[in-house]
Design a protein around this ligand. Sequence first.
Ligand code: HEM
Length: 272
Amino acid sequence: MNSEINSVPIVIDKADKALNISAIIWFLVAVVGQWLFVYYIIVHFGGAVIKTDTESWNDSTISGHVPGDTMGNLIFAMHVFMAAVITFGGTLQLVPQLRKRALALHRWNGRIFIFTAYIMAIGGLYLVWVRGSVLSTNGAWAITLNAVLILTFATLAIRTARARNITAHRKWALRAYLMVNGVWFFRVGFMAWIMINQGPVGSTENLDGPFDLFWSYANFLLPLAVLELYLYTQNRAGARGKYAMAGGLFLLTLLMGLGIVAAFLFMWKPYL
Ligand code: HEM
């Protein structure tokens, strides 16, 4: 009887560990993919500025450099420069050792992250609705929702941090991090889908096929749903639920890994 009671916390303890390990593996794989994205941004967009060949931005974009559109070109340049800052900075915010040993860095990097998130979301809205850098109406509305969620979650993350409500801050910061990485998830998920199907099934050149319609929203809503499930499991589920979540997250990590390799090889490497 006694040993039975004693064994319950041990099982939960192991399940917690499995869940924790699956999250760490997810994060490590995501970091590799996000740093590769940063590398692409710096070399492709930054390199073009150094070589004074901003025309080459257009090799990979809808309307990167438009002759005569100084305002649009400036906002685009700022958008991509900040994309590198926020994607790199976002990964640092999630490293627990940095939070513990260098709290000042976490705080400053956090402020930069939130500020950059605002500028990127608002600048992105300008690029979509004023400049018209968009392939489909559906895509425009989807990324607009993404921008609204970035602005909302970033605000809640900084508010809860200021109120020293660390439990709530952790949740809003994680949500903001995933929303900010929506564009990255878009590319990685899109490439994983193409690899699995051995072709762009349900996708068109203008990104208005059935898969495109689904993925333009799911690229940020699906990671958000997985995070909510993870947070729920972490706090409320029993051992079985935790093992199931750990297994599910591991499978998603494999899929994400496949997408990262494909995005790097076929989307980014050709411009390096
Ligand atoms: C905050 C996270 C964001 C990151 C990291 C990010 C990153 C990027 C990058 C790297 C590009 C260059 C395109 C490429 O070669 O892949 C880009 C372009 C663009 N982004 Fe963002 N972005 C973010 C948020 C947004 C939001 C919220 C919107 C819209 C509301 C948006 C709208 C655009 C548009 C319209 C372009 C130009 C597309 C083109 O001309 O091809 N972005 N973004």
